[in-house]
Design a protein around this ligand. Structure first.
Ligand SMILES: Cc1ncc(COP(=O)(O)O)c(C=O)c1O
Length: 433
């Protein structure tokens, strides 16, 4: 090319959760049966679509306007409905329909939110990090993502002192990102901690982004909070969606709730620029937006959410029991979402360990693949070759700790028990090999 046409941030566009699929396909082609434990798609893992939700969608198919474009920011009635929902929360920030902006999933919102920031303005995010955020933030800036530590010794809660230090000594930081419940750890943050983070933002003139896609999958005994209830007067963006809770990931439907928009003029101008950019692509998917008030206002929805949260809580307990007494790892039981993260203790992994793989062709392929990879990826590849289970290495989540993430989505009880048991046995065998 006469000019270099590759964006500075291109090298930062990494998504381990899906990149591992390419490798798994190669292993599958060599004859290994694959068990997908890498992607958070409940439908692909066999969760049945609730009949009354399907009925609502059938009704919308017969409603011609659901096939049309909608307003740039989204279907007006849905935005009014959602704003009212926010406003009904006890002691929360009040918003209007104009503070709700629809996107084609949070994935799309993430690209817009970081892409719309001035390049020098950085957003400090957690480590381990959900790659969609960390990659988009890094790609927008052209540098590595700036992170604060989630503490495996404290249930993966954010280290608030680390946040404060990083904000104080890096004046390019304009915002803080947090996820509660978190992906990949499943940690749910207590109110005091959230308020401390809001206080740091207030003190240093920052905005906050909270990804709340799992906000309606919180297990019994953990705080069920939305950002509007703890943010106070700090400018902020909440990211919400229906992919995980309805669940309907293929709808590609998510939205931003803008909180305290007019507290800061610069923030308000930035939010306006997001809507202006959205206008260029007309609007997001209409039909799923029209479904939201119908689903959320159905008297069966609260029970639906409760049932799913207790189902994942039970599965988290099963996984927790599978790793009990395993000295090689730190196993923190999640409080929400549907993932489980296992961290290897420091120094447990090395570059000589392996698992026995009977098929010589698969063994040869795995031996090739593990050349030069991180120690946890080496474990992940051997596990795939030996058992067919596909999980994601923790170092793929912008993280220095070694470990892996699997899901709690397997619907077949016997298969799920096999997955948890096999993971535990594989660790024991691998670290002793
Ligand atoms: C924390 C988090 N945010 C956003 C998404 C993607 O959401 P959407 O389907 O709305 O793009 C995911 C999907 O795994 C996620 O884990």
């Amino acid at each position: 090319m006469r000019r270099d046409i590759v964006h500075e941030g291109a090298k930062n566009l990494r998504y381990e959760i899906r990149e591992i699929v390419t490798v798994a396909h190669q292993v599958r082609d060599l004859g290994q049966e694959i068990t997908w434990e890498n992607i958070g798609d409940p439908v692909q893992k066999g969760e049945a679509i609730t009949p009354w939700i399907r009925d609502i969608l059938h009704g919308l198919i017969d409603t011609p306007i659901s096939f049309a474009y909608c307003d740039t920011a989204g279907v007006r009635e849905t935005r009014e409905f959602l704003a009212q929902h926010v406003n009904e929360r006890p002691s929360g920030v009040q918003i209007t329909a104009d503070d709700i902006i629809f996107f084609n999933g949070i994935g799309d919102a993430v690209a817009r939110v970081y892409g719309g920031l001035k390049r020098e303005a950085r957003v400090l995010g957690p480590s381990p990090a959900y790659s969609t955020h960390s990659s988009a933030e890094a790609a927008h800036s052209g540098y590595n993502h700036v992170t604060y530590q989630l503490d495996p010794g404290n249930g993966w809660l954010p280290d608030v002192d680390d946040i404060r230090k990083r904000v104080r000594y890096n004046d390019s930081i304009a915002g803080i990102l947090l996820l509660s419940p978190d992906n990949p750890t499943g940690a749910v943050y207590p109110r005091e901690l959230l308020e401390e983070i809001a206080q740091i933002a207030r003190e240093f003139g920052l905005f906050i982004i909270a990804d709340e896609i799992y906000a309606h999958i919180v297990y019994e005994g953990y705080p069920k909070l939305h950002m509007s209830q703890w943010i106070g007067d700090v400018p902020a963006l909440t990211m919400r969606g229906i992919s995980k809770e309805v669940p309907w990931p293929g709808a590609r439907c998510g939205w931003l709730e803008v909180l305290n928009r007019n507290v800061d003029e610069n923030f308000a101008t930035y939010v306006n620029s997001l809507v202006a950019a959205k206008r260029l692509e007309v609007c997001s998917t209409t039909l799923p937006q029209m479904a939201i008030p119908r689903i959320y206002s159905d008297p069966r929805y609260a029970g639906h959410l409760e049932r799913r949260a207790s189902m994942f809580a039970r599965r988290a307990q099963e996984a927790y029991e599978a790793f009990e007494g395993c000295d090689a790892v730190i196993s923190n039981k999640p409080g929400g979402a549907f993932y489980y993260t296992i961290m290897f203790q420091d120094g447990v992994l090395n570059s000589h360990q392996s698992l026995p793989i009977d098929d010589p062709r698969i063994r040869a392929r795995i031996e090739q693949l593990v050349e030069g990879v991180t120690p946890d990826k080496r474990f992940v590849y051997y596990l795939m070759g030996a058992t067919g289970i596909v999980i994601v290495p923790l170092t793929g989540f912008q993280c220095d700790h070694e470990g892996f993430r699997f899901t709690l989505l397997e619907t077949d009880d016997a298969k799920r028990a096999w997955v948890f048991r096999t993971l535990r046995e594989a660790i024991d065998q691998y670290v002793g090999s």
